[in-house]
Design a protein around this ligand. Structure first.
Ligand SMILES: [Fe+2]
Length: 226
């Protein structure tokens, strides 16, 4: 059983060297030289999307993604990025599951740090078995969010050059970065092309990334039949 099946998340190495050119040690102290962090963040998002960085990452993780999702893959059209400066509560996400906000239960989130992530500079998760038992009690009305057992909260230690893959079903979030350095990370979602969609649909939010040989053949056959 993979870590993903066991815990609802897994950390993988991005083996291709392209990622090295996006890892910048200056990110750690960027809060000292940039006044408008949000404008800076939007600039990074624009550059990364122009480079189709999320597709390069997905391509380098293709074997693992095929194992998790199958050969027919949809990818989020545009990646998102976070710049989490020290002692700043903007952009903090309290404990949540992405399925609350209309995301499909069938997606995975790929979260890629471009700085070393440790302690509150990282994101945290509650693993699959705890998340599942908590949600069961929550739905029955036996527990509130304030009843979450903070001892189960795990800040993930992840290095640049690695990717965290996690299920949007598990409880996760981020806290105020209490370290002295900034975190830069990006994220995007992937799913099986033919799995159920939430509010975020194919074509507007996702696009086709790869198709199996059978899907490709069948779709071109069906196109010719029209
Ligand atoms: Fe989330």
């Amino acid at each position: 059983m993979s870590d993903f099946n066991k815990y609802g998340y897994q950390i993988l190495d991005i083996k291709d060297s392209f990622i090295d050119s996006y890892i910048d040690n200056d990110f750690l102290n960027i809060h000292e030289s940039i006044n408008d962090i949000n404008e800076y963040r939007l600039g990074l998002i624009s550059k990364f999307n122009n480079d189709e960085l999320h597709k390069k990452i997905a391509q380098s993780l293709k074997i693992e993604l095929n194992n998790l999702l199958g050969p027919d893959l949809a990818i989020q059209r545009s990646l998102n990025a976070t710049v989490q400066t020290p002692e700043n509560d903007e952009g903090i996400l309290a404990e949540h599951s992405d399925t609350w906000c209309g995301n499909s239960h069938y997606e995975i989130v790929i979260w890629v740090p471009l700085t070393k992530c440790i302690g509150t500079r990282s994101m945290y998760v509650y693993d699959l078995s705890y998340s599942l038992s908590f949600w069961k009690d929550y739905i029955k009305g036996n527990k509130k969010m304030s009843d979450l057992d903070r001892n189960e909260k795990k800040y993930l230690e992840i290095n640049p050059g690695q990717a965290l893959i996690f299920s949007p079903n598990i409880i996760h979030g981020s806290d105020v970065n209490k370290t002295t350095e900034t975190r830069v990370s990006l994220n995007f979602r992937m799913k099986n092309l033919f799995s159920p969609y939430g509010d975020k649909d194919l074509f507007n939010y996702f696009e086709v990334f790869t198709r199996s040989s059978v899907t490709e053949l069948s779709q071109s056959f069906l196109r010719c039949m029209k």
